[in-house]
Design a protein around this ligand. Sequence first.
Ligand code: MN
Ligand code: MN
Length: 301
Amino acid sequence: MFNQYDLDEIRDRARAAFIGMAIGDAMGATVEFMTVPEIAAKYGVFKEIKGGGWLRLKPGQVTDDTEMALCIARAIISNQSWSLEAIAANFASWLKSRPVDCGDTCRKGIRAYMLSGTLEVPANKWDAGNGAAMRMLPVALYSLPDREMLKKYAQEQAHLTHNNPLSDAACICLGELLHLALCGAAKSRLRNHVDGFVARFPSFSYQPYRGLATGYIVDTLQTVFHWFFKGRDFEECLVGTINQGADADTTGAICGMLAGAYYGMDNIPQRWIKKMDRKVITEIEEVTLRLVAASPVGRIM
Ligand code: MN
Ligand code: MN
């Protein structure tokens, strides 16, 4: 079903997705919680990795979005299988390490695991934040191209902190879009997939675009959809997304993973890659190769 050429291409797209996610996180964090006019007044168009922001980051430093994705990736690799317990344990040691940032819903879920070992928070209609979707990339890589596996793992990892139908739907949709993009699908195919998703979950409708980019998963995905389909290359997609401000590191991380998977390494500006934290990029390169190798598509080769 997949020849060698395809697997090389998939590896390139997977690497671009993970690096793209980290770039979106690091770049977006500078303008997190700023409004569109505030960003425009201060930067014109914001399009460089500068650090700073409310977290006072070093240029190229990533935040919880990338760190939690790495927690999942490491858990899969060290177990050589899917272990929700291992993911939860990695989240717990990460939280104990005093991360630069951690969302409230994520913190609550991780604390519940630390206190009572729970691997699924109770269903909650208010927990429709984007914290479960932002860490979906390793799940999409490891399950490639199996949709049932993707769906199961997406919900399991999500429910460690977020147990909400909109969050679940978003995690699965994002994972499916990543699968399609990693396998080289055209943008028209991705748009088609999103149209089907919006038909089933009309609150995610992004046309006309409302311009909201908050941590509410609906606003987050609308922003990513709008700019991913509007942008003509990786840079346009990411710059458009991040200049919407608000939860810009997370919208940036999600748009970065999708646009990275779609456009591949050649299309990610070198000036951004050079600015990134070397240690993080080195680890990303390693875990990406290992996740693809452990996935169904990697194992049949
Ligand atoms: Mn963050
Ligand atoms: Mn954020």
